[in-house]
Design a protein around this ligand. Structure first.
Ligand code: ATP
Ligand code: MG
Length: 355
């Protein structure tokens, strides 16, 4: 299926390589400039950015624009590696080197030999593994777990972190010597909410991708959806946007995505903001029961007792708000609390869930 023509006021991309897009906007131009500068070198690169902001996409672009293009690119999520198995995942092991090592295993570094390794969330590696990593970086050699011979490595290392590694060294979480080895060049990827020019560019790109995946022909977003996209905070950055679009495209029958196909918290995001204290408001007459509200409650965080009770209150408040079309005074009356308490409770909920 050919990609549909999208109605968009967004500038065309500078590069659209496979599934990634690098648009002609100030943030992208700056990132691409840095990629172009560092790609041909052998420098280690640290990519900083919030979760889902596109760090791995940038690492891949560096690899593609380097002399190592065509050689392996191996990405490892260090946050997902258990302390026990991290060594064997990264450096491999010899058969019988520990209980459970039934066969020889080639680790990620060896798989990436002559190419690039991308270590995501590197600050999560244990101190022991950081020591082994330092040896690899310094001597360009490694040994498999239980192995006796050194293996020469020619691997370019790109790492990513959502906290500044210098801060992690201050907290004793990350070795300072390793930090200095890695810190040859760094790229900061801003969160999506600080890239308003890029939001619709990504939104249209993800729409095209989803159309191709689902065999659909959704071509545009309503003006309301566009305005919601631009004002929402996108805590999960590109990954969250992509998921929202996948869901909305599936729910859309016609050619245009409407706000009703967005998750409730996103389509009503502005109405659910309680960071400002209320202004005095006129008193309204409203029903004083919420017994007849029938919507399914949504559970957001019940991992602690405090979380569970905050969630339960949020559910009640949300249902009351929906019932009175988001009039906060009416909702407070319905819940038999004053408006200030309503604001404080919503603020508490938002702070608790953004921790
Ligand atoms: N330039 C881009 N063009 C198109 N899609 C992109 C681009 N950058 C990222 N994406 C998509 O956004 C999602 C998140 O990107 P990516 O995995 O690179 O983020 P990340 O910062 O590495 O996330 P995490 O912190 O969770 O590891 C992925 O689905 C990816 O395909
Ligand atoms: Mg990643």
């Amino acid at each position: 299926m050919s990609a549909p023509a999208l109605s968009t006021g967004v500038k065309p991309p500078l590069v659209q390589s496979g599934e990634y897009i690098f648009g002609d906007t100030p943030t992208f131009r700056q990132i691409l400039q840095q990629i172009d500068l560092v790609a041909p070198t052998n420098y280690s690169v640290i990519i900083y950015g919030e979760s889902g902001s596109g760090k791995e996409a940038i690492a891949q672009e560096i690899h593609k624009r380097s002399k190592r293009k065509g050689k392996p690119f191996v990405a490892i999520d260090c946050g997902a590696l258990s302390k026990e198995l991290a060594g064997s995942e990264l450096f491999g092991h010899e058969k019988g080197s520990f209980t459970g090592a039934l066969n020889q295993k080639i680790g990620s570094f060896e798989l990436a030999n002559s190419g690039t390794i991308f270590l995501d969330e590197v600050a999560n590696l244990s101190y022991d593994i950081q020591v082994s990593l330092l040896r690899v970086v310094q001597e360009r050699k490694m040994r498999r777990v239980g192995g006796t011979k050194d293996i020469e490595l020619d691997v370019r290392i790109i790492i990513a972190s959502n906290e500044k590694l210098w801060d992690a060294t201050r907290k004793g979480k990350f070795r300072e010597d390793l930090y200095h080895r890695f810190n040859e060049f760094s790229i900061d990827v801003p969160p999506l909410r600080q890239r308003p020019d890029d939001i619709m560019l990504f939104a249209n790109h993800f729409l095209q991708q989803t159309n191709a995946e689902l065999g659909k022909y959704v071509t545009r977003y309503s003006a309301e959806v566009e305005s919601i996209f631009k004002s929402y905070v996108w805590y999960g950055n590109l990954r969250e946007l992509k998921n929202v679009i996948k869901r909305a495209t599936l729910l859309t029958d016609g050619e245009q995505v409407e706000a009703s196909s967005l998750p409730f918290e996103i389509s009503h995001f502005n109405k659910l903001q309680f960071d400002k204290q209320p202004e005095p408001a006129a008193v309204h007459t409203v029903p004083n029961t919420i017994d007849d509200l029938t919507e399914t409650p949504r559970t957001i965080s019940e991992t602690t007792l405090k979380g569970a009770s905050i969630d339960a209150e949020y559910e009640m408040i949300l249902r009351a708000l929906k019932k009175v079309n988001f009039n906060k005074s009416k909702a407070a009356k319905l819940l038999n609390i004053d408006r200030k308490t309503l604001y404080n409770k919503m603020k508490q909920y938002q702070e608790f869930n953004n921790q």
